[in-house]
Design a binder for this molecule. Structure first.
Ligand code: NG6
Ligand code: CA
Length: 509
């Protein structure tokens, strides 16, 4: 009898073990830590010497570090659009949005959050949004929707656009946080409204001087892009981003600890205006930009900490990456240029944010999943547009029709380090298009007018009226344009680019 009971117990345990295994194998929690404007060379695990990022290095040392992983574009809105929809942003003309733009993702379009929800995930977005809210100009005093909750997220806590754009308030589940309805919010991107001081007229009130575009309404001693009236009680304090968002992320994870969850954790750092929490001020010799890197490192560590405390770290896939390359001067005089020293924000690569060169989209990218991803490095060519199909494969939602995530290729094996093979071809969007095929890269001549302010950026934009062809194996810094020397290669890549523009390629390889 006793023996029988032992056998029964063993059988039961085997089943429980199986259950556990299935859960672990196919439905890990997924935390996507998405940094803003972090460059390929900004972390110590990517070779930076001027600072140390121990928490992110911890992910890299115990996970897979990618050397040729890309954001879909070199600016925020297009990158995020591609990431969430699995569709290249040019198909929707997605460009950097003002803070009062409508939601640019169609509610009928399946997003990565919808897909994970179908697979049983609790889904949340915390942090920078910048994909528009509402149908027209949103009424910030009512429900601000449609937004993330109409496109697959159960929970949202948002910086609506960017930290340098009005409205400077958090929006939680469609409502402005701490709004006093007796002091309603209005926004205007064309002209001053209300009586609050603006940077152009009152530079003496500013913590840091700003360029003309960033000289609108002053909030928390920082002038912003755009004008805002009302909402004083709801104003955020930039220095509190790290603690507020960490608390929200921990709450989301804790609430959903018993389900599989997907958290799109979209950090506002290290985007301008760089205003680190006092804990990090002076942590580096590089001023606010360097200190902001320490802040996002701490925030990453806090995610690991809560996962460990809840004993769910082993069942969580963390993907760490950034939305576009680095920029030093992005409108505020925060000494990023003067204090950079020998630090190379794009590593060995040329260009950064806004740029068609590799620095624009080649992102620090780490995949971490204890016991599932073997520590190491991968040179596979992958794009953030591939996350949709790759995660769909992981959670067994890969039977999609061709309208869904049309540009997303299943790179799960590369993401988990099971294969070294990445994409054969990949697009990079800037204010023009580039195509990568192995180590060859073709940059299309710029045809559209680029913003005037781009002319004084400190990065090489690579936006030229002539064709460019680079061999990244011999010339990773894109210094020798081979377009004239190899016309056949140019023709081949140009044709491939045109084909993808017309026709998304779905390759379920
Ligand atoms: C640009 C802003 C820049 C930044 C960027 C968006 C000017 C001159 N520059 O228009 O400061 O806000 O938009 O950055 O206005 S992103 O990372 O969200 O793409
Ligand atoms: Ca960005």
């Amino acid at each position: 009898m006793k023996q029988l009971r032992v056998i029964a117990l063993l059988i039961l345990l085997a089943f429980v073990g199986c259950e556990q295994k299935i859960k672990v194998d196919t439905k890990p929690n997924i935390v996507l830590i998405y940094i803003d404007d972090l460059g390929y060379g900004d972390l110590s695990c990517y070779g930076a010497k001027a600072l140390k990022t121990p928490n992110i290095d911890g992910l890299a040392n115990n996970g897979l570090l990618f050397t040729d992983a890309h954001s879909a574009a070199s600016t925020c809105t297009p990158s995020r659009y591609s990431l969430l929809t699995g569709s290249y942003a040019f198909r929707n003309n997605a460009a950097i949005l003002p803070g009062d733009a409508p939601l640019i993702i169609n509610q009928n379009q399946e997003t990565i959050a919808d897909m994970l929800k179908k697979a049983g995930y609790a889904t949340g977005v915390i942090g920078k949004w910048h994909l528009g809210l509402g149908n027209g100009k949103p009424d910030w005093n009512a429900e601000v929707k449609p937004g993330p909750r109409e496109i697959g997220f159960d929970y949202s806590f948002l910086i609506p656009a960017t930290p340098d754009r009005v409205p400077t308030v958090f929006v939680e589940n469609d409502k402005v946080v701490n709004l006093d309805l007796k002091d309603p919010i209005s926004i205007n991107y064309d002209q001053k409204i209300g009586n609050d001081p603006v940077g152009l007229e009152h530079p003496e009130l500013l913590k840091m001087p700003a360029d003309t575009q960033h000289s609108g309404t002053i909030v928390n001693g920082i002038s912003r892009i755009g004008f805002m009236k009302g909402g004083h009680n709801a104003y955020w304090k930039d220095e509190d981003f790290a603690t507020v968002l960490t608390q929200k992320a921990k709450a989301f994870i804790t609430t959903n600890r018993d389900k599989p969850f997907f958290l799109y954790y979209s950090l506002p750092g290290i985007h301008v205006p760089r205003s680190p929490n006092s804990k990090f001020v002076g942590a580096t010799t590089m001023g606010p930009r360097g200190d902001d890197i320490m802040e996002i490192d701490w925030m990453t560590g806090q995610i690991k900490k809560i996962l460990r405390e809840l004993a769910i770290e082993k069942n969580t896939l963390i993907i760490f990456t950034s939305d576009n390359g680095p920029v030093l001067d992005d409108g505020y005089a925060d000494k990023a240029v003067q204090l950079i020293g020998n630090h190379k924000a794009s590593g060995i690569y040329k260009g950064g944010k806004y740029s068609a060169y590799e620095g624009g989209t080649r992102m620090p990218t780490i995949a971490y999943w204890p016991n599932r991803i073997e520590p190491g490095k991968s040179d596979a060519l992958i794009s953030q547009v591939d996350l949709f199909a790759s995660l769909a494969k992981l959670v067994r939602q890969d039977n999609r029709n061709s309208n869904v995530a049309p540009d997303s290729q299943d790179m799960l094996s590369a993401l988990l380090g099971k294969s070294k093979k990445g994409r054969d071809v990949m697009l990079e969007e800037a204010f023009t298009m580039s195509i990568r095929a192995g180590y060859w890269k073709y940059i299309e001549p710029v045809s559209k007018k680029t913003p005037d302010w781009l002319a004084n950026k400190d990065v090489a934009t690579g936006l030229q009226k002539t064709q460019q062809l680079y061999n990244l194996k011999d010339d990773p810094k894109e210094e020798h344009n081979l377009a004239v020397k190899f016309p056949k290669k140019v023709k081949e890549l140009k044709e491939a680019l045109e084909k993808i523009k017309e026709n998304p390629v779905i390759a379920n390889n």
